[in-house]
Design a protein around this ligand. Structure first.
Ligand code: 5GP
Length: 196
């Protein structure tokens, strides 16, 4: 998606450890118009799928997820990160290792909000090693909910996540796909300067 790629080129900052900082429009300050455009794109890509729910993970997935839900007229559910979940059998939980914070979180969703009749679109801001999405897929599995696919704003295609999700047999659509970072520059998959 050109709009998102242009914005990443303009405002993205490459940090050590293959982390892209996009605090100008996604991870701290949020550009609602750009988020709306992402939502429209996800809604368009998955329009045939009769989606009943968007599932994301707090906090940075919520902005693109809520716009997708607004356009598709379906609720948006976000998994909460909790240091420890006390025995509560009203929760679906999964362990998620955070790529940026280097900590393990238990993430949880209340059982009342996710059902076997749901057709879920998982949305997140970034895909790196796929831990966050994997956790959300596990939660859907526990609920016996159907997953129609995953929508990612920014995929770092050189990391393991994209392959991991496809290996689970799940459709993946990413709006910007990063092939590599060199000298603080971002190279997109299929871009003029890409090697692919
Ligand atoms: P994964 O679970 O796929 O390894 O990492 C995805 C999660 O880590 C995303 O939800 C996002 O919050 C965070 N993340 C991974 N890579 C980056 C990055 O390069 N920049 C930012 N800002 N967040 C990232």
């Amino acid at each position: 998606m050109k709009l998102l790629e242009d914005r990443i080129r303009e405002d993205g900052v490459v940090l050590p450890g293959n982390v892209l900082k996009v605090n100008q429009f996604l991870n701290h300050q949020i550009d609602p118009e750009l988020m709306y455009a992402l939502g429209k794109e996800f809604a368009n890509l998955y329009q045939a799928e009769k989606i009943t729910k968007i599932l994301t993970i707090e906090a940075s997935g919520i902005a693109p997820a809520i716009m997708t839900g607004l356009i598709l007229h379906v609720p948006v559910l976000f998994a909460r990160k909790q240091k420890s979940v006390t025995m509560n059998d009203n929760l679906y939980t999964a362990d998620v290792y955070s790529y940026t914070k280097k900590t393990k979180n238990k993430v949880a969703v209340t059982k009342n909000f996710l059902h076997a009749t749901d057709r879920v679109l998982i949305v997140d801001d970034f895909l790196a090693n796929g831990q966050a999405v994997n956790g959300l897929l596990d939660i859907c599995e526990q609920a016996h909910a159907g997953v129609v696919g995953v929508g990612i704003a920014i995929e770092k295609s050189f990391q393991a996540g994209a392959q991991l999700i496809r290996k689970r047999g799940v459709r993946l659509e990413s709006l910007a796909r990063i092939a590599s970072f060199t000298n603080n520059e971002v190279h997109f998959v299929g871009g003029e300067d890409s090697e692919e």
